[in-house]
Design a protein around this ligand. Structure first.
Ligand SMILES: O=C(O)CCC(=O)C(=O)O
Length: 263
């Protein structure tokens, strides 16, 4: 099975349909170079302060020679204003998450991820691994996206994906030839289903690979990234109602009520 690839003007229903089948899709030309520059500039001081893991421990989830910055709602107006509620993300999430989450979905994780020269391959995993309550294959809980700020190539750590693995039972392990690098030019976006096996690729090049990961989960599960603590209240007050909803500040049905007089 291969990774379906589309241009950004493809109807979202076709993209979402292919995502459901293969578990991953690449959409090219989804973000222009101005936006990539402004994301890089927003995050440059935070990336410069991010710790690069020097001593690689193969048992650890995060490989050495990588760095990551989370809390993008607080740190990158460009990501917040242009990517988090991107119409294509919403259409894809509407298709795959709304059937399991009648009042909507929420941002699950936001992070900029750099994979540096010499980084090993990341342990393959599923975004939905926190939800062990459900046996594999799980109902759809998460949809993930990776926006390519740099080119994603096989030699610089393009995300590894195992197409079709979102439908596999627990005991099925991927053969080497089932693990593919999601290669894509800068400006593309890779979507994958939360049940898909994936991980960052090995970087044998001299370049840093730079991506922004934004994942979305059903509105009634606990978010992996704690937006209540990662986004200052003053920043929340500046957000549009749509963004407040997507970052999970608003109530989901009866869940998450609060007393406005103490906020
Ligand atoms: O960096 C990548 O390509 C994938 C990262 C990832 O899956 C993770 O850190 O959870």
């Amino acid at each position: 099975m291969s990774i379906p690839q589309f241009s950004a003007d493809t109807p979202a229903t076709d993209i979402a349909g292919a995502l459901g089948e293969a578990g991953c899709v690449v959409v090219i030309d989804a973000m222009d170079s101005e936006l990539r520059k402004s994301i890089t500039s927003d995050l440059a001081p935070h990336m410069a302060n991010a710790r690069i893991i020097e001593d690689d421990d193969p048992e650890q989830f995060y490989p050495g020679r990588t760095r990551r910055v989370s809390a993008l709602v607080a740190r990158s107006p460009s990501v917040t204003d242009h990517l988090i509620a991107h119409p294509l993300c919403q259409q894809v999430c509407d298709t795959h998450l709304l059937p399991n989450s009648e009042y909507g979905y929420q941002l699950h994780v936001s992070a900029a991820l750099e994979v540096g020269p010499g980084a090993r391959e990341q342990i393959l995993h599923r975004e939905e691994n926190s939800f062990t309550f459900f046996p594999l294959p799980r109902p759809n809980i998460i949809v993930a996206s990776m926006w390519a700020v740099s080119d994603f190539r096989a030699d610089n750590g393009a995300t590894l994906v195992v197409p079709g693995s979102h439908k596999w039972p627990e005991d099925r392990k991927p053969k080497r030839n089932e693990i593919l690098n999601a290669e894509m030019p800068a400006g593309s976006v890779l979507f994958w289903m939360g049940g898909l096996l994936h991980g960052a690729g090995e970087n044998t090049s001299q370049d840093w690979r730079y991506g922004v990961i934004l994942t979305y989960s059903l509105g009634w599960v606990r978010q992996e990234e704690n937006q209540y603590l990662n986004v200052p209240r003053e920043r929340i007050a500046e957000l549009s109602p749509e963004l407040r909803r997507i970052i999970g500040i608003d109530m989901y049905g009866a869940l998450g009520f609060y007393d406005p007089s103490v906020v």
